[in-house]
Write a protein that binds this ligand. Structure first.
Ligand code: 5GP
Length: 179
């Protein structure tokens, strides 16, 4: 299986709080030649996050400069912040025959699929809508109610879009099984 996936891009998307980071990290541990792409974002870093590990936290000006220099494979605005996949690291890993895992939103997934039509598209869904709402409330980022509501609404829209654009839907009911 690893051999078939060598030099392939795997896009993992899903609503926030659905557990896609955990799944992506676990997959990376399973395959020695897997490379998990680290995105750049203009979002504020939470206390739990580490710059250069979870994301590259950069300013809007830095982000715009990178767009202009065409340093992103894809980029999108999500919840009022910019997110982008650095192109150089992805290219390098693919050239080395690694499995490149991108944990990005549906807008980004669609952009990447245009460039790499054989990318594997995986969308993670929660077992129930209620479960999704609970998971979002437990994220502990200190968001206000309005932001939490927006995340939930975006999640519903993303799930609807995913049925059109993603080849694989995975229900994260049991983590081991989802992985
Ligand atoms: P969060 O702020 O919760 O870490 O991420 C918010 C959303 O942005 C998630 O759906 C996540 O998958 C998405 N995201 C993270 N990095 C990127 C990226 O580089 N590009 C795009 N298009 N979306 C991203």
């Amino acid at each position: 299986m690893t051999e078939n996936l060598s030099g392939k891009l795997v896009i993992i998307s899903g609503p926030s709080g659905v557990g896609k980071s955990t799944i992506a990290r676990r997959i990376c541990e399973m395959f020695k030649n897997a490379h998990l792409s680290i995105s750049a974002t203009t979002r504020a870093k939470s206390n739990k996050e580490i710059d250069g590990e979870d994301y590259y936290f950069i300013s809007k000006e830095q982000f715009e400069e990178r767009i202009e220099k065409e340093l992103f494979l894809e980029h999108a605005e999500v919840f009022g912040n910019m997110y982008g996949t650095p192109k150089d690291k992805v290219d390098q890993a693919l050239e080395q025959g690694q499995i490149v895992i991108l944990e990005i939103d549906v807008q980004g997934g669609r952009q990447v699929k245009e460039i790499y039509p054989d990318a594997i598209m995986i969308f993670i869904v929660p077992p129930t809508p209620k479960d999704l709402a609970n998971r979002m409330n437990n994220r502990g980022r200190g968001e206000d109610e309005k932001a939490a509501k927006e995340r939930l609404e975006t999640a519903s829209q993303e799930i609807a879009a995913a049925w059109r654009y993603y080849d694989n839907m995975v229900i994260n009911d049991d983590l081991e099984q989802a992985v």
